[in-house]
Ligand binder design. Structure first.
Ligand code: CU
Length: 252
């Protein structure tokens, strides 16, 4: 219930912001479309489109469909749909926060409908973008809501204090919620549970870390950050309440 309310508030808030930001108005140049150019999470009429490192996912009426995609300057080729064997080729247009796909060669009408062909998808802010307006809940890259309590650049540091706490009516959070680091960085995390009432936890599945924190408790762990992308962390006890965060790898 809270998640839905927060998402609605997020979308409304984002709608207000979407009109800001200036266009570049420059000459049309041949576009270099590196992998990852379009990566992000998009929303349209209650549907979600996620593009992430060559994988596309559409969530429509709680049903999730996904497959692989490849990207070139003006075209995106999507494959993988049980009902259709052939690839779908679309032209893509990105304008400010909007992404529109137009079918060029699509043998599969289901996928055309799934992708809301011809209509603009709006990119959702990521966890690293921070909250919209005063809304403390943001959609993280993993399509999960997170309670946001700031971000820190830990590049070049050997240790970092990572606190966990709770706010009445908002939910438990990690502070900082987003930690920027460099590829392969080794970081000592000094975990402090500021919540005197509740036990919390820090779980990083990719690193097989599952560290409980008693009420008011502390622990120290060491993490090695990945070479690129994001590394999500969450509290196993309050994940659905948005007790999440992420490491964000930034290049030197
Ligand atoms: Cu927790």
């Amino acid at each position: 219930m809270r998640e839905r309310r927060a998402l609605v508030a997020l979308l409304l808030g984002f709608g207000l912001l979407a009109g800001c930001g200036g266009g570049d108005g420059g000459e049309a140049e041949p576009r270099e479309a590196a992998t990852g150019t379009l990566d992000g999470t998009y929303a349209l009429g209650g549907n979600i489109l996620r593009l992430d490192r060559g994988r596309w996912t559409v969530i429509k009426a709680s049903r999730e469909t996904s497959g692989q995609f490849s990207l070139s300057q003006d075209l995106i080729v999507l494959r993988g749909l049980e009902a259709c064997a052939g690839d779908g080729t679309y032209s893509w247009e990105q304008e400010q926060q909007n992404l529109t796909l137009e079918a060029v060669d699509e043998p599969c009408s289901d996928r055309r409908v799934l992708l809301n062909e011809g209509l603009p998808w709006t990119r959702l802010p990521t966890l690293a973008d921070g909250p919209v307006e005063e809304e403390p809940m943001v959609l993280s890259d993993g399509l999960s809501l997170a309670v946001y309590a700031g971000q820190t650049d830990a590049t070049g540091r050997r240790s970092l204090r990572l606190e966990t706490g709770g706010v009445e009516g908002v939910g438990p959070f990690f502070a900082p919620t987003v930690v920027k680091g460099s590829p392969g960085q080794v970081l000592e995390l000094n975990l402090v549970n500021r919540d005197d009432m509740r036990r919390h936890n820090l779980t990083i599945e990719e690193l097989a870390i599952d560290q409980d924190l008693e009420a008011g408790g502390r622990a120290t762990i060491e993490v090695t950050l990945p070479e690129s992308g994001t590394l999500p962390f969450f509290c196993r006890l309050h994940d659905v309440e948005g007790h999440r965060g992420e490491f964000l790898i930034v290049e030197g």
